[in-house]
Design a binder for this molecule. Sequence first.
Ligand code: NAI
Ligand code: MG
Length: 332
Amino acid sequence: MAYSITLIPGDGIGPEVTAAARQVLDASGVDFEWQEASAGVAALEALGDPLPEATVEAVRNADATLKGPTTTPSGVGFRSINVALRQKLTLYANYRPARSLPGIKTRYDDVDLIVVRENTEGLYSGLEHVVVPGVVESLRIITAVASERIAKFAFETAQRQNRQRVTCVHKANILKLSDGLFLDSCRKVAADFPDIEFDDCIVDAAAMKLVSNPHMFDVMVMENLFGDILSDLTSGLVGGLGVTPSANVGEGMAVFEAVHGSAPDIAGKGIANPTALVLSGVLMLRYLGEKVAADRVEKAVHAVLAAGEALTGDLGGKATTQQYTDAVLAAI
Ligand code: NAI
Ligand code: MG
């Protein structure tokens, strides 16, 4: 039977990169039934709501969702669709692997680490208010339930992938109560996984260590904002936003999307790099248990990147989104 997949094209380069990923996934040997759903500025303009209830339901009911980036206005306007969707459906784990890719020359070779980001609370709770004019308070919520849940996800991921170590990244020296609770929750869960090493690292030191020796890390687990920032950093270690996939995972639900945004500077030009979304599609195939198809697509992407003849502009090439996609299809 075909998998039912909800496809959210999104804004900016979203429709371009989701169309490319869909072509590649359709060639993977697995049957998909695609159902399009609208979100972001596209949905606001067409339906008057940036996150229609029908879209939330479509994500809830699908076997998995493939999502393009959605634009979030800064300072004013509606709340982030991504944050709202993650909170509404309790997509509590953001899984962001950073692996060196063949043919993509960066400062370090053989980077292979995973950032696990808590996806539902921290500063993204959206609880901000003006105390008096000129003074604003933002609440950073940390709970034992969400902290233990994300720690468990990190350790289970480490176990499944035969990894050695989980590192809790935090700022418990300053945020003694909130990050103290996060660190304690990780320690508590670590006791249930005696075969996996556990240590911790203060977030500023972790940023320095990541750029001076990324090989020190294996699986890293952290709260929402630290995960947002450090996962863009780790993306930069392996070739940038154009090549970094991610998964938002909850109970029986998952949304696969690139780490990058809607890239308004290059939208509509047909030159965006769809690799990040195609590799998010590979994560989706693995999530669905389609290991053979996942390996097939991943190998094809690696072959095209290694050959270096059909690279998009962000990787120093001249290929259009479709030329790159055709090369991947040919490699499959
Ligand atoms: P961005 O990731 O859209 O762009 C940053 C830079 O990377 C730009 O120069 C862009 O051209 C380049 N870039 C990004 N993806 C690329 C690709 N696939 N191929 C080639 N180049 C690529 O970040 P920015 O400009 O900060 O955000 C734009 C909008 O996207 C904002 O409204 C933001 O809120 C939203 N956003 C949405 C996300 C999501 O839906 N998951 C995630 C991040 C940002
Ligand atoms: Mg981000």
